[in-house]
Design a binder for this molecule. Structure first.
Ligand SMILES: C[S@@+](CC[C@H](N)C(=O)[O-])C[C@H]1O[C@@H](n2cnc3c(N)ncnc32)[C@H](O)[C@@H]1O
Length: 218
């Protein structure tokens, strides 16, 4: 009985510390945005998340991928989600996996070579100024990435520019991320960039929003 009481208090204490750490991290990240270090992207992409919170197959199923499509993934991390998307656009589709950090791209290039994945092209790029031509991309995918970039609306304007007229951008978030935004925040960013909601999935804890191009402002 005493042990049960003790363990309950340990658990409550642990959860309170975790909650406090999350709040502190959120406050810091609110004022100071920077790309999370490459080794942390490795930790985020873990089996618990892939199995229970954000299943790569499920997220890929929601984007309407077809063979031959050109996809840009912003902030691919370890590449687990990139790999599933790449399989869906074979044989002649491509996934350009772009990140601002050299270490992330170097690690993904190594994985792509080791696993012989023919259609993932990892490259350094800044989401604020994407190096893709206007209306050249079928899908843009960003997972737990947009809220860590200082100017999300500017990024989404770039996404608007590179998307083909029938293209989609898919933004997925999950709550343990210290940068986690509410759905309505992401919808506001997208609307400000000229995008319109196409479809939405998930719950308060983990969601995925797909947007299409709205009418051009010019
Ligand atoms: C939290 S990680 C997400 C990794 C992966 N999508 C996942 O969920 O496992 C966000 C990634 O966005 C990248 N990033 C941050 N700012 C960027 C920018 N301006 N342009 C391109 N990538 C950026 C970071 O380097 C980092 O690798």
């Amino acid at each position: 009985m005493v042990w049960q009481l003790f363990l309950s208090w340990v658990l409550i204490g642990f959860l309170l510390i975790l909650f406090f750490v999350c709040i502190v991290l959120r406050v810091i990240r609110h004022y100071y945005k920077f790309p999370i270090p490459s080794f942390l992207t490795e930790a985020i992409d873990n089996p618990i998340r892939r199995r229970f919170l954000q299943k790569p197959m499920v997220l890929a199923d929601r984007i309407g991928l077809k063979p031959g499509m050109i996809v840009v993934e912003i902030g691919p991390g370890k590449g687990s989600y990139t790999k599933v998307i790449a399989e869906r656009v074979l044989p002649d589709g491509k996934v350009y996996a772009i990140d601002i950090q050299e270490a992330v791209i170097a690690r993904l290039k190594k994985r792509v070579t080791e696993e012989g994945i023919p259609n993932i092209i990892p490259q350094i790029d800044n989401a604020h100024r994407l190096s893709f031509a206007d209306m050249s991309v079928d899908r843009v995918f960003a997972l737990a990435c947009l809220p860590e970039i200082p100017e999300p609306v500017k990024v989404l304007r770039e996404v608007y520019r590179i998307l083909k007229p029938d293209g989609l951008v898919s933004l997925a978030e999950f709550a343990p991320d210290p940068d986690y935004p509410l759905r309505r925040t992401v919808k506001r960013w997208a609307t400000d960039a000229g995008l319109e909601l196409h479809s939405e999935y998930g719950n308060w804890f983990s969601y995925q929003l797909n947007f299409k191009k709205g009418p051009s402002e010019t």
